[in-house]
Design a protein around this ligand. Structure first.
Ligand code: ARG
Length: 468
């Protein structure tokens, strides 16, 4: 053979790869991010091979110490990455052979880059899931404690973004906390399916060597080896599932962001975000922009995009491995980075949100937000609900005409609309009375918010105590 071809698979080729094709098909520029997980997988593989007698103990030790040196080179930024070696796997294997000689060439016994890459991504994603898990817990903790501090704070609750009924700010924050809790549970569930080991599937059909896949699975902390070699090397549904989790999380965070942005506006003026989470305008000196929530809201788009990319990437792929799957990495990496960034920003920012409680209260007072309470009051006095609805509607129209809220009208004024109204009506027209009356599990009453915050603390503690 006279031509120089790729040293890993060049045997059957009679001419070198076209220079452009070499760049086009290479993945090392992005999959080098998996290097330390690749090394971890290789160390487990070599250990297992020695355990079953395919490698000698001396060969195993030489391979492992070579791989450890390579990990140090990579950490130090000294590793000579080469596009000609295509991907992270062949770069590391070639370097190992440079360093320890022919024994390095034995590492790939009984495996393929197909089960290797599938293993690397799962190891990588499992680590990232665990750090995202911690950030989710931190965000939930911040929401719960802020909610507990704001259990008595009254604000308008909205439907159609119109003032509807007064609620407590703590109750609103615990609604966010519920959303994030479900995302947290989805992530935990996703992890169970990520933590399955492809190694041993080899190229697609398994290997003729007497591998003990339980040994490598234990060494790598996987729950078990994958049951079917064809499935193990081909499916990326675990990455799609993670990206679906991420999409749902960012969707929720975009809703929180939207409200934070609205609330910091001069028109609402419900909260203040500390300056360190905001930026100014280069032309309008008065501006303080809520960049962090705006950017999180915007980043939702790229995560949805990655979900669509990965679904489409996997669609219609025949069994088993196809090169298409090389395209799974960049969307997955960017999803991980985006989620971590958004969560970090929110977990830092939420505890620092300052409620402008007077403004919230004033806004709840305007907008006839106790109208439903008045209708319920009339029903308790024997008026049919539909009639009560009509009476309150007329009272509100009167209020709009005279620029008065319900609680600001005199008894005589209110009695024009119904003789069932007595002096005790003013107890239920107050905002405090309105929220306190919704006093059941899931209701907005301050005591319920305190109880709900306590339950949330306990469920968070249970989840974080659980071994992940
Ligand atoms: N770079 C490849 C990927 O990311 C690794 C597996 C390649 N396998 C192969 N037979 N070409 O999917």
């Amino acid at each position: 053979m006279t031509h120089s071809t790729n040293q890993s698979w060049g045997g059957r080729f009679s001419e070198p790869t076209d220079a452009f094709v070499e760049r086009f098909t290479a993945s090392v520029n992005f999959d080098q991010r998996l290097a330390l997980h690749d090394i971890r997988g290789s160390i487990a593989h070599a250990t297992m091979l020695a355990r079953v007698g395919v490698l000698s103990d001396a060969e195993r030790d030489s391979i492992i110490s070579g791989l450890e040196d390579i990990a140090k080179e990579i950490d130090a930024g000294d590793f000579p990455w080469s596009i000609a070696l295509e991907d992270v796997h062949m770069n590391i294997e070639a370097r190992l052979t440079d360093m320890i000689g022919v024994t390095g060439k034995k590492l790939h016994t009984g495996r393929s880059r197909n089960d290797q890459i599938a293993t690397d991504i799962r190891l990588f994603l499992r680590d990232e899931i665990d750090s995202i898990d911690l950030e989710l817990a931190r965000l939930r903790h911040g929401l719960i404690e802020l909610a507990a501090r704001q259990a008595d704070t009254i604000m308008p609750g909205f439907t159609h973004l119109q003032s509807a009924q007064p609620v407590t700010f703590g109750h609103h924050l615990l609604a966010w906390q519920e959303m994030i809790t479900r995302d947290h549970e989805r992530l935990r569930d996703c992890r169970r399916r990520v933590n399955i080991m492809p190694l041993g599937a080899a190229a697609l059909a398994g290997t003729t060597y007497p591998v003990d896949r339980h040994v490598s699975a234990d060494l790598l902390g996987f729950d078990r080896p994958a049951d079917n070699s064809l499935d193990a090397v081909s499916d990326r549904d675990f990455a799609i599932e993670f990206t679906a989790f991420a999409s749902m999380l960012l969707m929720h965070m975009s809703r929180m962001s939207e409200e934070l942005v609205l609330w910091t506006s001069a028109q609402f003026d419900f909260i203040d975000l500390p300056d360190r989470f905001c930026t100014g305008s280069s032309i309008m000196p008065q501006k303080k922009n809520p960049d962090v929530p705006e950017l999180v809201r915007g980043k939702t788009g790229r995560v949805y995009g990655h979900l669509m990319s990965l679904l489409t990437l996997m669609k219609s792929q025949p069994l088993a491995y196809n090169k298409d799957n090389q395209e799974d990495k960049e969307p997955l990496f960017d999803t991980v980075d985006t989620v971590k960034g958004a969560l970090r920003a929110f977990a830092d920012m939420i505890p620092a949100v300052e409620a402008k409680t007077d403004n919230m209260y004033e806004a709840a007072r305007r907008g006839f937000s106790t109208a439903t309470d008045l209708a319920d009051y009339l029903v308790r006095k024997g008026v049919a609900f539909r009639d009560a609805h009509e009476i309150v509607g007329q009272s509100v129209a009167h209020g709009i005409q005279h620029g008065k809220d319900l609680a600001e009208m005199s008894l005589a004024e209110l009695q024009q609309f119904s003789s069932s109204i007595d002096a005790d009506v003013f107890e239920i027209l107050t905002l405090e009375g309105s929220v306190a009356a919704r006093n059941h599990i899931g209701g907005t009453a301050p005591d319920q918010v305190r109880a709900a915050a306590q339950r949330a603390r306990e469920s968070l503690a249970t989840m974080t105590r659980q071994e992940v």
